[in-house]
Design a protein around this ligand. Structure first.
Ligand SMILES: Nc1nc2c(ncn2[C@@H]2O[C@H](COP(=O)(O)OP(=O)(O)OP(=O)(O)O)[C@@H](O)[C@H]2O)c(=O)[nH]1
Length: 365
């Protein structure tokens, strides 16, 4: 089958490929965990040309003025060619504006967008905006969530701030910051691994991180534009974390950290559902709707690769909390791979069993 027929089939089935939209990386992390430091270091990097950065901030220390080459109103172009704007209010308006000004040639072309959230925030509303606003979701697609965790205070923050557990759970990459002042990270790393089995954990000192390590966490490799399904789904990581479902029995040892059954991270579950036969896309959608209706509040993140009756190639789906991105039809299955459907779910206060039961009831297999 050629790419054209795959795209044609996808269009017929109402599956909208995500290619052509600007990939968005959302940088989140608790207050003071080092987001701005990471961004300032990134902005200097030559590989950040053709990147637009939106900093959502409330009167805090902004970007480093020494790096700024030209400025038009609220937007500055950095030495690296990176576009940068700081906002205090309306993210939707800013994202629309970026597109408009790009059309009018008022700003340089950009191929990638990074949004820094405020430290207090649950990243979900921003992710929802990206996925649901009609103008924005037509132009941008969520590529990845990057979360900073402070190596010095991360344990205490995870203990006391449920939002910080969520931020770690939904991440595609975790940046462990300040390892210069807190080099013993074994316990915290274990704990983060339990909350989020798949995200690579990268130690970062003073924001020094390779942009390539951050981008490319999404489905499409930004350089090749080809989907990297295995890396994106990382289903093996969830399989290895299989006993995750049972760790409320108290046998888990997080390094030096003593066990407490009420810890927020013990409420997080990650698991994989599989189906070996082709599934009906409409039934899959029915299942998602039923899942949202019954357990929407518990869902944190979902990613899946589906083998559906309506198209030959794989279909990628993902959602954050109860909001789902439009599905993306990919050209073909990876070389040598037997087609099948796999869905990874990260949830809070929700076990695999009821979800799987419902999945079987709707989708079969
Ligand atoms: N020692 C050390 N300090 C760091 C490192 N990264 C950041 N800091 C310091 O930690 C403090 C907070 O860093 P920021 O980058 O402002 O953190 P933030 O997450 O943007 O903070 P908010 O925007 O307030 O949420 C600053 O004083 C930084 O200089 C690091 O790797 N090592």
């Amino acid at each position: 089958m050629t790419d054209d027929t795959a795209a044609g089939d996808a269009a017929q089935a109402g599956l909208d490929p995500e290619r052509g939209r600007i990939p968005v990386t959302v940088l989140t992390g608790f207050l003071g965990s080092g987001k701005t430091t990471v961004l300032n270091a990134l902005l200097k990097h030559p590989a950040m040309g053709h990147t637009a950065v939106v900093i959502n901030e409330f009167g805090e220390v902004g970007i480093d003025n020494l790096l700024v080459e030209t400025a038009t109103e609220d937007m500055v172009v950095m030495d690296s060619g990176c576009l940068c704007c700081t906002i205090r209010g309306d993210l939707i308006e800013t994202l629309r504006n970026l597109i408009r000004r790009r059309w009018r040639d008022e700003i340089p072309a950009f191929e990638r967008l990074v949004i820094e959230t405020t430290g207090l925030a649950d990243p979900a509303p921003i992710l929802h905006t990206l996925m649901t606003d009609p103008v924005i979701s037509a132009r941008y697609r969520l590529d990845s969530v990057v979360t900073t965790v402070d190596a010095a205070t991360g344990d205490a923050t995870l203990d006391t701030q449920p939002e910080s557990v969520k931020q770690a759970a939904v991440a595609d990459r975790i940046l462990l910051t300040k390892t210069d002042i807190a080099p013993d990270v074994a316990g915290l790393t274990d704990r983060l691994r339990t909350i989020n089995p798949a995200a690579p954990i990268l130690p970062v000192v003073q924001g020094a991180v390779d942009p390539d390590a951050l981008f490319g966490a999404g489905l499409y490799d930004p350089s090749s534009k080809h989907p990297d399904v295995a890396a994106w789904l990382a289903e093996e990581a969830y399989e290895q974390a299989h006993d995750h479902d049972h760790h409320d029995q108290g046998h888990h040892d997080h390094g030096h950290h003593h066990h407490d059954a009420n810890r927020h991270d013990d409420r997080i579950r990650a698991f994989v559902l599989r189906a070996e036969c082709r599934i009906d896309w409409d039934k899959f959608v029915d299942w998602i709707e039923a899942l949202i209706a019954t357990h929407g509040a518990s869902l944190l993140r979902m990613k899946g690769i589906l083998w559906v009756q309506q198209v030959d190639g794989p279909v990628a789906v993902h959602g954050v909390q109860h909001v789902f991105h439009p599905p993306a039809a990919l050209d073909r299955w990876p070389e040598g791979e037997v087609p099948s459907s796999r869905v990874v779910i990260i949830a809070r206060d929700l076990n695999k069993e009821p979800v799987e039961k419902m999945f079987r009831a709707f989708v079969g297999d």
